[in-house]
Write a protein that binds this ligand. Structure first.
Ligand code: PLP
Length: 397
């Protein structure tokens, strides 16, 4: 077939994201059966509203700050007072000593990851990801002609295996992506796991004589249940760079606002900071959305309703366990990771008969499981449970 678009993008048109496909399928089923009769657990799109303070901040800012400033261009790295406020907030929480220079405001975590990968990668450089992982990592790395290397999953607890990570690292490895709390498993990587990974990478850095960065992808940092602590990576590893976003913590995914933390002690820190701001510009983002930068500065201590997610977590977990499914109790994020009694894609097809939409584990490089995004209304969970029960009965669970 001939076409006029790039080969890379043509390939993507041929294999659209399974998550997005499910989402479209949800819309189709909702048109047929009514939205309330479709149990769509496909997309990590928060159902709970942004805290009231977000709206108040929008109104206050528009009323009180000069329009030319609020809506204007600024430094490619972001407003300096916003960057300073973010640094101060991190310092008070984690005992670090960042300043405005160490923070680059970005277009969400997706923007952060693309900016840092563009900053670090030459064609052929390798980036290690740990399965199961957010599949967009492959696309982001490919954007800069990098190569994604995948460490196999470690069931049943899905804490990464540091030794296996060491085996995946080669002289071409530039970075390891770590995502905790994890999408899709809901696992929080423990301090012990992080220390082991840091030790392995330190040894590899020495062996190869160059930096191997950890890119900590943390859009779910604030979504940790039962008092679980999410280790702050820069305390354990000098070359850790953190990517954050308010998409989930303030329920603002469409607003596209996040940041990168590039610590002063990281190798080539000053150069990376300069280059990341330039990457923001030349990739066409130019800067993170200006109004949202100002809004998040006023909402640094605000959080989404974690108790509501927690209640969903308990409701869904109990329903699935009572039906006979095997799944781990998530420690963070808003995903349930469930073992499938048959091929995971077949399971998703069978679930659709009950108007239940879930995403196959193969979409996260880990077949044999499905991901259920429980950032939905409790009614959706309650309504889905009879269908899950019938599904379990089909497999005599
Ligand atoms: N990283 C992970 C693990 C995610 O799950 C997501 C979104 O779901 C992103 C990054 C992108 O988040 P953002 O909306 O901030 O770009």
């Amino acid at each position: 077939m001939t076409h006029n678009i790039s080969e890379k993008l043509f390939a993507l048109t041929q294999r659209n994201s399974a998550v997005r496909e499910m989402f479209e399928e949800g819309n189709r089923l909702a048109a047929l059966y009514g939205r309330e009769n479709v149990y769509d657990f496909s997309l990590g799109n928060p159902n709970f509203p942004a805290p009231k303070k977000v709206k108040d901040a929008v109104v206050d800012i528009l009323d009180s700050e000069p329009s030319t400033m609020v809506h204007g261009y600024m430094s490619n790295a972001g407003f300096s007072d916003v960057r300073a406020a973010v640094a101060g907030s991190l310092n008070s929480r984690f005992g670090t000593s960042f300043n405005a220079q160490n923070i680059i405001m970005t277009v969400g975590a997706a923007g952060s990851l693309n900016v840092i990968l563009k900053t670090l990668l030459n064609p052929g450089d390798e980036v290690v990801a740990i399965a199961p992982y957010f599949l967009e990592y492959g696309n982001y790395v490919a954007n800069y002609d990098g190569v994604l290397t995948v460490v196999p999953p470690t069931s049943p607890d899905f804490q990464p295996d540091a030794e296996a990570i060491g085996k995946a690292v080669t002289p071409k490895t530039k970075a390891l992506i770590i995502n905790s709390p994890n999408n899709p498993t809901g696992v929080i990587y423990s301090e012990e796991t992080i220390k082991k990974i840091a030790a392995v990478l330190e040894a590899k850095q020495k062996e190869y004589g160059h930096a191997i960065y950890i890119l900590a992808d943390e859009p779910y940092r604030e979504l940790a249940y039962d008092g679980y602590e999410v280790p702050w990576l820069t305390k354990f590893y000098r070359n850790a760079i953190v990517s954050y976003s308010w998409s989930k913590s303030l329920s603002l995914p469409g607003e596209r606002i996040g940041y990168l933390v590039i610590p002063a002690e990281a190798d080539d820190s000053a150069l990376i900071i300069d280059a990341a701001a330039i990457a923001n510009r030349v990739m066409g983002f130019v800067n993170a959305p200006s109004l949202m930068q100002r809004v998040v500065m006023h909402c640094l201590d605000e959080r989404t309703d974690i108790a509501a997610y927690d209640s969903n977590r308990k409701l869904l977990y109990k329903g699935l366990k009572d039906a006979g499914f095997e799944c781990a109790y998530p420690q963070g994020a808003f995903y349930m990771w469930v073992k499938t009694p048959c091929d995971d894609k077949e399971f998703c097809a069978r679930a659709k008969k009950y108007n239940i939409l879930v995403v196959p584990g193969s979409s996260f490089a880990c077949p044999g499981y499905v991901r259920i995004a429980y950032c939905v209304s409790p009614k959706t969970i309650e309504g889905s449970l009879p269908g899950f029960k019938k599904l379990a009965e089909e497999f005599s669970l």
